[in-house]
Design a protein. Sequence first.
Length: 258
Amino acid sequence: MLSSVNDVLPRPGRTSFKCVEPKPNRLFQTSTMAALLDAVYDGEMTIEELLSHGNFGIGTFNALDGEMIINESVVHQFRSDGHVGEVQPEQLTPFACVTYFEPETSIAIDAPKSKKELERLVDEVIGNPNLFVAVRFVGEFEELETRTVFCQCRPYPPMLDVVSRQPTQNFGTTRGTMLGFRTPTYMQGINVAGYHLHFLDEAQKKGGHVTGYRVGKGRLELAVISDVEIQLPRSRQFCEANLSPDNIHEAIRIAEGE
């Protein structure tokens, strides 16, 4: 676990990427979901640089070595057993989305809600389906299921082959933080259309990519995002990738565990 951006920036002999005046609720993304589907698993951006663009977000690590969740500048890496691994600033990411999260709306959740009910609440509160939304829920979970991709070896298999063998975790009743983004439908392939959320338990020891849940009492925080920057790789892998497959909507649905 990387304790915070301040622990790695700056360091003697290292390049500092720290933003002087970070802009809140601006989405920064490295690479695309379509590239990840086509096995572009090697990234060019370090975790150190990624943290210069945001203190909140989700993603994965080189070679699909687990799920990433960033909360309040702390980076967690969940490997295939669902437990946290130590993150180093020089590690690379092939896909991640981050923002400097400043909640614009805070809602107390005082009764259980299913996944569909919570998503419907967010949609109703935001009102605009064509903008991104940063989402964070902190509190109780009556049900929670996650999955975690595992590290791959070259030659890399397509992502759908990987997720067909990925382990899942059922947490049952637990407490923790679930966060991520709602992405507009027209951004499918660039990102994941709909809700893409990761989970971190209260002890900060377990978590992963959320595939199902039912929340109990807690607090829901939201921020609308209309400012988006995407940094694309210049690697040969990315150059040769098929980023417009015919079945991209179905492929992403399967990859996300829906």
